[in-house]
Write a protein that binds this ligand. Sequence first.
Ligand SMILES: C[S@@+](CC[C@H](N)C(=O)[O-])C[C@H]1O[C@@H](n2cnc3c(N)ncnc32)[C@H](O)[C@@H]1O
Length: 189
Amino acid sequence: MRKEIERVEQAIQAALSGKIVSIISSGDPGVYGMAGLVLEVVSRENIPLPIEIIPGIPAANAAAAVLGAPLMHDYAVISLSDLLTPWETIERRVKCAAEADFVIVLYNPKSSQRTWQIEETVSIVLQYKSPSTPVGIVKDVSREDEEIVLTTLGKVTSCSIDMTTIVIIGNSTSFQYKDYMITRRGYQW
Ligand SMILES: C[S@@+](CC[C@H](N)C(=O)[O-])C[C@H]1O[C@@H](n2cnc3c(N)ncnc32)[C@H](O)[C@@H]1O
């Protein structure tokens, strides 16, 4: 982290020298990953290199699958990292998504340096959603130490959350059945 531009520039230099170079991101490289920065640098300097983006499975989708089906209706994906984005922008996006009853996926919810953002986010969301709204917390999804917690919006801040965790807050139709978090699509029968 924080050396992304140098890594991209080194990779481009290696590629320009004739090597085939791969830059790897976890999940999907185009979701808070390195694909965008590579293309930004290449486009700014108009560097004549062929680039292929190989899609992966974003943590949001991997986490949704282990939780059940929480992303069955419209959802907003918001990163709580204010390293590259002003907090005021993040706060506004959280407010708008909560007010519009989106399912909300939170990336980068907390780190050792950024501890208050998740609490502030939950307090904004609680202005629009019930404390009983289901919330899925998945740590290290698809990895050896994967941990899955199903809780509610009222209790989420007392759960363990860190840098390798993703949080999915339901909408007003989301519910828990056994160990599954489910968002209704709207079917009637
Ligand atoms: C820089 S973003 C990378 C996102 C990644 N490119 C993707 O497609 O999901 C890092 C954030 O993604 C989430 N994340 C990445 N891998 C994860 C995993 N295995 N389990 C849970 N969350 C993960 C966490 O919220 C972490 O703070």
